[in-house]
Write a protein that binds this ligand. Structure first.
Ligand SMILES: NC(=O)c1ccc[n+]([C@@H]2O[C@H](COP(=O)([O-])OP(=O)(O)OC[C@H]3O[C@@H](n4cnc5c(N)ncnc54)[C@H](OP(=O)(O)O)[C@@H]3O)[C@@H](O)[C@H]2O)c1
Length: 247
């Protein structure tokens, strides 16, 4: 199966690509970003780097060029990591944050859906494309609510979740969407740094290891989406189970 990792220069994407290259069910990994994907690091001995390709899309708001449309048409799954972490959101206008966190992924779902519905019967995919959007544990879908901290940003993330799910629902079965709602995503191993622990304790923020959320996302990409929204605790539980089975 072919997997697209959108936002391929980021922290989560690097681990998604690293694990995907060792996953025998995934035969092709496309790193899609506004700049070239950095060379995958810390690969496992079983990794197959020949499966990897970097594709650049300079402007995710512009018309997708043919090479990008082709990748989307062929993809069996897309893990969408493009977004703004809170400290970047604070220095970005709301208009821009809305484009990056909400409009880009919704448009990607709509594009995949259109491409799949327009495919000739001989090329039509039998299973829906799994579109996995990473949101955040505090995202707010209820637009009548006003979260105290970073309120407007959290409402945008909620709009994104709803938008992605609705676009998939309207896709005539060509796209299946899953939303992940992690708290802080901490390093794979070692002690969580004091500052991070302080933030998590102060804001009662849940956390998940990078390896765990990645294992969960790849499990959904390969096996399908059972539950359209996974909370932080689900990401930890499924991730640990998948990683345990691998051992
Ligand atoms: N890290 C966490 O603890 C955490 C916790 C909860 C939720 N999340 C969410 O998980 C997702 C991934 O997080 P992350 O930590 O991997 O973030 P990251 O390292 O900042 O990566 C974000 C990715 O989005 C891309 N991006 C940002 N603005 C863009 C734009 N205008 N056009 C195209 N690409 C753009 C970045 O590309 P460039 O490299 O070119 O800027 C990068 O590839 C985000 O949605 C984040 O909000 C993260």
């Amino acid at each position: 199966m072919k997997l697209i990792v959108a936002g391929s220069s980021g922290y989560v994407a690097a681990e998604v690509i690293r694990q995907a290259l060792s996953n025998p069910a995934i035969t092709s990994v496309v790193g899609l970003g506004r700049r070239a994907t950095p060379e995958p690091q810390n690969l496992e001995p079983t990794a197959n780097i020949a499966k990897f390709k970097s594709v650049i899309l300079k402007d995710f708001g512009a018309e997708y060029p043919d090479d990008v449309r082709k990748e989307f048409a062929e993809a069996d799954a897309c893990i969408w990591t493009i977004g703004l972490v809170p400290n970047k959101a604070m220095s970005t206008s709301l208009e821009e944050a809305g484009k990056i966190c909400r409009d880009y992924p919704v448009r990607a779902v709509e594009t995949i859906s259109k491409l799949r519905q327009a495919a000739p019967e001989s090329e039509a995919k039998k299973t829906p494309c799994r579109f996995l959007y990473i949101s955040g544990s505090a995202a707010e879908r209820d637009q009548t609510k006003k979260p105290l901290i970073l309120g407007a940003y959290l409402l945008i993330r909620g709009q994104a979740e709803t938008g992605v799910l609705k676009a998939a629902e309207a896709s005539n079965g060509t796209v299946q969407a899953g939303i992940s709602r992690p708290g802080l995503i901490t390093a794979n191993s070692g002690v969580v740094p004091v500052l991070q622990r302080g933030v998590m304790a102060t804001f009662r923020q849940p956390h998940v290891r990078l390896s765990e959320i990645t294992a969960t996302l790849l499990h959904q990409a390969v096996e399908g989406v059972e539950n359209d929204t996974l909370q932080n605790g689900d990401l930890v539980k499924i991730g640990q189970k998948v990683l345990g089975q691998k051992k």
